[in-house]
Ligand binder design. Structure first.
Ligand SMILES: NC(=O)c1ccc[n+]([C@@H]2O[C@H](COP(=O)([O-])OP(=O)(O)OC[C@H]3O[C@@H](n4cnc5c(N)ncnc54)[C@H](OP(=O)(O)O)[C@@H]3O)[C@@H](O)[C@H]2O)c1
Length: 316
């Protein structure tokens, strides 16, 4: 029967291969003893195939990554190791998170070929300016234990942004960074940067979630062919995001969780998301978003949740 239907045979083989992969990942992650989760992951095994997007400099980047804000020391190292073992390849850190060493240790221990990973870090405001930015970058690289970064971002548009950008352009040209970008720039600040930049940023990483959808920035970035990346894709659960009625109903319909619906919504908008979790179960759950689709009515219903204001006023 299989020889008459090679596609079935290929699918069956792919399923068995993935089953073995997940059994191994399950053993590593210690999720046996959680049959409902393991069953869930085992069936929905396409979760590890994270699609890439091509940035405006041709570099490929995973559409879903792992955030590390607020994780430190052993918890950070374990969470990043769990994330890499589960299949995440994009890891987002920053000097100000104080965890670059822990992230670096997890990367080293993962045994994953460096080329398979996409490591992002960020230049903090204290290191703004040409000379300081170069020093800040070297310190980041040393702490991570790496010899290049995939993506380096100006964390916030503060201080001598022009000098920082010049330093980053040079580091990019020298091959020390595969792509350079920005974070927390509004359209005016982006316009200013573009007025002198010799190299266009590939990314703007900004607060984006169902309560703050950033429609205008989305359009502006698209027009400039700059990829939008969502920080706090769950709004850190603020304002009851994980129990929101509309999201809960949509999740129920798909047999998914609210977290998965949120991440799927970012993905369908074409936005890279970097959820953070310190729990293995959530780390796995958040990967498992590539086997269902939100229909236009559901996308519209989520669009209506927009409050069009930050959920992090303390950072503004
Ligand atoms: N560029 C910037 O200025 C900037 C600012 C903020 C953040 N970021 C980056 O963006 C990343 C993500 O943002 P974030 O860490 O602030 O917040 P987030 O990813 O929106 O939310 C993290 C929170 O969600 C919980 N969570 C994760 N998965 C869950 C699930 N499946 N079900 C229920 N709860 C879940 C986590 O708790 P558990 O640990 O219990 O799972 C944690 O409390 C950061 O880690 C950082 O890398 C960048």
């Amino acid at each position: 029967m299989n020889s008459q239907n090679p596609k079935n045979e290929i699918n069956r083989r792919k399923f068995l291969q993935n089953t073995v992969k997940f059994a191994a990942a399950g053993m590593y992650l210690g999720i046996f003893g959680m049959p409902e989760l393991f069953g869930n992951v085992l069936i929905e095994n396409d979760a590890v195939n994270i699609p890439d997007i091509k940035l405006n400099n041709g570099l490929k980047m995973p559409m879903l990554g792992f955030g590390t804000y607020g994780l430190s020391g052993e918890v950070c190292q374990r969470s990043v190791a769990d994330a890499i073992a589960a299949g995440y390849r994009l890891i987002d850190t920053a000097k100000i998170y104080g965890n670059e060493e822990a992230v670096g240790s997890a990367i080293k221990q993962s045994g994953i070929d460096r080329k398979q990973l996409f490591v992002t870090s960020k230049l903090w405001v204290d290191d703004a300016g040409y000379e300081n930015a170069k020093k800040g970058f070297e310190e980041t690289l040393r702490k991570l234990g790496l010899d290049y970064l995939d993506l380096y971002l100006i964390h916030r548009p503060r201080g001598d942004v022009k000098g920082s950008w010049k330093a980053m352009e040079e580091l990019y040209k020298a091959g020390k960074i595969k792509a350079i970008g920005i974070s927390n720039f509004d359209p005016e600040q982006l316009k200013d940067l573009l007025s002198y930049a010799k190299i266009k940023p590939v990314i703007n990483q900004i607060e984006t979630h169902a309560y703050f959808q950033q429609g205008n920035d989305f359009k502006v970035l698209k027009n400039h062919n700059i990829q939008m990346e969502a920080w706090a894709p769950f709004a850190e659960g603020r304002n009851g995001l994980f129990t929101n009625e509309v999201l809960t109903q949509i999740a129920k319909k798909h047999g998914k969780t609210v977290a998965q619906v949120n991440l799927r919504w970012h993905f369908q908008r074409g936005i890279v998301a970097i959820p953070r979790s310190s729990q293995k179960a959530h780390i796995l759950e958040n990967l498992n978003i590539f086997n269902f689709t939100l229909d236009p009515t559901e996308m519209k219903a989520i669009e209506k949740l927009d409050l069009n204001r930050t959920q992090f006023p303390e950072w503004s």
